[in-house]
Design a protein around this ligand. Structure first.
Ligand SMILES: [Zn+2]
Length: 464
């Protein structure tokens, strides 16, 4: 049988002003998409013919503009038009893509594909990030839904394989499964939800137990994505089963269990206002202390251009050596680029005299060089400015920017939790509850379009 395969992903942030451009998407087409997707071997092992479309995946950003959306989705639709007799479609989405004037990017793609497919019983299987915002309508268009079971995410491959195996099972046995979604009306601080710890650890195990049953294909918990101001923003559970009632019953059971844990999520590290984090970092005795500027987290779509924490350190004139890494500032990088290392420069916006420390490069999401960085030294404080949004998630980002992590006592990065690759360099981690497009305080975000009541903004009873 014929299966079309594609991937189109960009986690959106309604509060971020930067909209992704074509150059922000890592892009492959044809067979090259299988450099990134792992489903081809599975489909072929069942004797199916695989039709590759495109793979287009971008770093989380502001909402996707219509022309960019059209550019990529039309390529997917072209593949479907050329193969409208396909028996199935598999797409690896994020699940929280918001397209301007359209809404859910994923729902838009699925609706269009259904219009093109000639076979009424053609199956659609999708994989989604654990932070997907799901709607009942999405389940009307996707027969099989498989979500990540890890936060931070490490099971992208397993999630694709689960969907692919479920799809092959249904094609093999000529059955059409049901996906049932139960909304769980909570939006929690994303960074407090981690699957290696309770209560999520046990809940995830429960979904795995359920999936061992022959008639349950996928049992998913979706934790929601609080930085999209849209009606579909919420946590949810989704079960794909061979029997509609089974899918519904289990989705509701899991939803009640997930709802009952809503007060149990806490930060696992020190989480304080920025001023307090700076004070603690300056007074701390640990060899190297990291502060994450969570409100301006580029991996959650924020711009990365806020300078509150840099200003706090400049004001403190610290004895400790400090590095603030990855401040998006096209203007500073490009107006000062031709100045040699060591030259003094007055930066008006900080009211401070600095010295060019080093010229470097910034790395994209897939570690390729995407632009320039310029590091300016203000006394003991180094600020790494980047001409484009970037995320300093590992030592390689510092190396490319020509700053040595080992030189610093305090390092500030624009992340939520530190990525695993940075943890070995951190003797202590402080989570700054800073403001910005990825602010973790829901009440400060100004969500207007979400469906209320929503915990913790509202206190109410919920019975799925
Ligand atoms: Zn995610």
């Amino acid at each position: 049988m014929k299966i079309i395969v594609a991937s189109y992903q960009c986690e959106s942030n309604s509060f971020a002003s930067y909209h992704p451009k074509k150059s922000d998407f890592e892009y492959f087409k044809g067979d090259d998409i299988f450099k990134k997707l792992v489903v081809k071997e599975i489909f072929e092992s069942y004797g199916h013919t695989v039709i590759p479309s495109i793979y287009a995946v971008a770093l989380p950003s502001g909402t996707v503009e219509r022309d960019i959306n059209e550019y990529y989705t039309e390529q997917i639709f072209d593949t479907v038009r050329e193969n409208s007799d396909a028996d199935a479609v598999y797409i690896f989405f994020h699940g929280s893509m918001e397209v301007e004037q359209i809404g859910s990017g994923e729902l838009y793609v699925l609706k269009e594909i259904r219009k093109i497919l000639k076979k009424q019983d053609a199956l659609i299987a999708i994989s989604l990030d654990a932070h997907a915002n799901i709607t009942n309508e999405l389940c009307d268009y996707a027969d099989i839904i498989s979500g990540f079971k890890t936060v931070p995410h490490t099971d992208q491959a397993e999630c694709q394989k689960r969907a692919a195996e479920a799809l092959c099972y249904c094609l093999e046995n000529s059955v059409k499964p049901y996906s049932y979604m139960q909304r769980v009306p909570f939006l929690l601080k994303n960074d407090t939800l981690q699957t290696a710890y309770e209560p999520l650890k046990s809940l995830i195990s429960l979904t795995e137990e359920q999936e061992k049953k022959a008639d349950i294909l996928c049992a998913n918990l979706f934790l929601g994505h609080c930085w999209i101001d849209a009606p579909n923003t919420s946590a949810s559970t989704v079960v794909t089963a061979l029997d509609y009632e089974k899918a519904k019953t289990l989705a509701k059971e899991l939803a009640l269990k997930l709802w009952n844990t809503r007060r149990d999520y806490k930060f696992l590290i020190e989480a304080e206002e920025s001023e307090e984090c700076v004070r603690r970092a300056l007074e701390g005795n640990e060899k190297r202390i990291f502060i994450t500027d969570s409100g301006d987290n580029t991996t959650a779509g924020a711009e990365g251009d806020r300078t509150e924490i840099l200003n706090l350190f400049l004001k403190a004139s610290p004895k400790k050596r400090v590095c603030v890494a990855g401040i998006t500032d096209f203007h500073t990088v490009n107006t000062c680029w031709d100045m040699p290392d060591g030259e003094e420069i007055w930066l008006d916006k900080f009211g401070a005299l600095g010295k060019i420390k080093s010229h470097g490069e910034i790395l994209g999401w897939t570690k390729e060089i995407i632009g320039k960085s310029l590091t300016v030294r203000f006394g003991n404080v180094d600020a790494v400015f980047t001409e484009l949004r970037s995320a300093f998630i590992e030592k390689g980002n510092f190396d490319a920017a020509k700053v040595a992590l080992s030189d610093y006592d305090i390092v500030v990065v624009k992340l939520g939790y530190l990525f695993t690759e940075l943890k070995p360099f951190a003797d202590r981690e402080l989570f700054a509850l800073s403001e910005g497009a990825s602010c973790v305080e829901l009440s400060k975000l100004g969500l207007k379009r979400i469906i209320r009541p929503m915990f913790p903004l509202d206190e109410f009873e919920f019975n799925p």
